[in-house]
Design a protein around this ligand. Structure first.
Ligand SMILES: Nc1ncnc2c1ncn2[C@@H]1O[C@H](COP(=O)(O)OP(=O)(O)OP(=O)(O)O)[C@@H](O)[C@H]1O
Length: 252
């Protein structure tokens, strides 16, 4: 059984043609799924449907999680998010930013603080816990936002171009942090990107969206764990070329 089932989902903004037009997509637990496609093809809208932020006009989206599963009707602790801008609150410390999803539900306990510090430590930010976001670099802010997205241990993590604004080296480091942290926790990830190289590096599966539909998909069989050196290997480049060729056809 799939972990997240998107079944014939259709979504239309009022007065427009359908933006998501009958998407069928299954995500297996613990896998990283990358969603690629040209600007405006409906990726963010599909992500919002998967988050329960929007509801499909027809079809359904079902999360098969033992504790927190069911048809997605609204966002909840079963789903973590991270968007392109880190959106940290500047009047809170880094630690309190990471704890924010907990604080919105209840008063954080010493165990919550311990967990947040452990996440910050895993992401190389332990010494910045008491600083404020303006004292961090862009890459460090993205790491803090990733820790915040993971604090409630969501079984499903949705990421919308989270590293798009970062330089290439910081971006590669963040990709490795994401892979390591999600593999350790068994988190299922849906990652929206424009970048073919990023999708092949991160993804167990890649789907290509065009005109509101999934028009192609691939299983990426690169060895685990991924290493930066793989980016120069023939198999990696073969996958990139295949995806590029399919994406070029969507421009015709
Ligand atoms: N709130 C809205 N109301 C009306 N139309 C919208 C709304 N949000 C998005 N759209 C339209 O829906 C289409 C798909 O938008 P969406 O943001 O899902 O695309 P995307 O593939 O994520 O694009 P990008 O890669 O540029 O972020 C676009 O034509 C956009 O103009």
């Amino acid at each position: 059984m799939a972990f997240l089932d998107i079944e014939r989902a259709v979504f239309t903004y009022p007065g427009h043609a359908p933006v998501v037009d009958g998407v069928d997509w299954r995500m297996q637990a613990g896998e990283i799924h990358c969603l690629l496609g040209r600007s405006g093809c409906g990726k963010t809208t599909l992500l919002k449907l998967a988050a329960g932020l929007l509801r499909p006009q027809s079809g359904r989206i079902v999360l098969h999680d033992r504790e927190r599963g069911g048809e997605l009707a609204a966002p909840g602790p079963q789903v973590g998010f991270m968007f392109q801008a880190p959106t940290l609150l500047d009047w809170l410390t880094v630690l309190d930013n990471v704890l924010l999803p907990v604080s919105l539900q209840r008063k954080p306990t010493p165990q919550d603080r311990q967990h947040a510090l452990q996440l910050l430590n895993q992401l190389g930010l332990a010494s910045h816990a008491q600083q404020h976001p303006r004292q961090l670099s862009g890459g460090q802010q993205s790491r803090a936002a990733l820790a915040r997205a993971l604090i409630l241990a969501p079984p499903l993590l949705l990421l919308d171009e989270p590293f798009a604004a970062l330089d290439a080296i910081t971006r590669a480091e963040l990709q490795d942090d994401l892979l390591r942290t999600c593999r350790e926790r068994g988190t299922t990830v849906l990652f929206v990107t424009h970048d073919i190289n990023e999708a092949v590096y991160l993804g167990d599966r890649i789907a290509l969206m065009h005109g509101g539909r999934i028009v192609d998909d691939w299983t990426i069989e690169l060895p685990a764990p991924r290493t930066q050196a793989m980016r120069h290997g023939p198999l990696f480049n073969e996958y990139c070329a295949r995806v590029r060729a399919s994406m070029d056809r969507t421009a015709l």
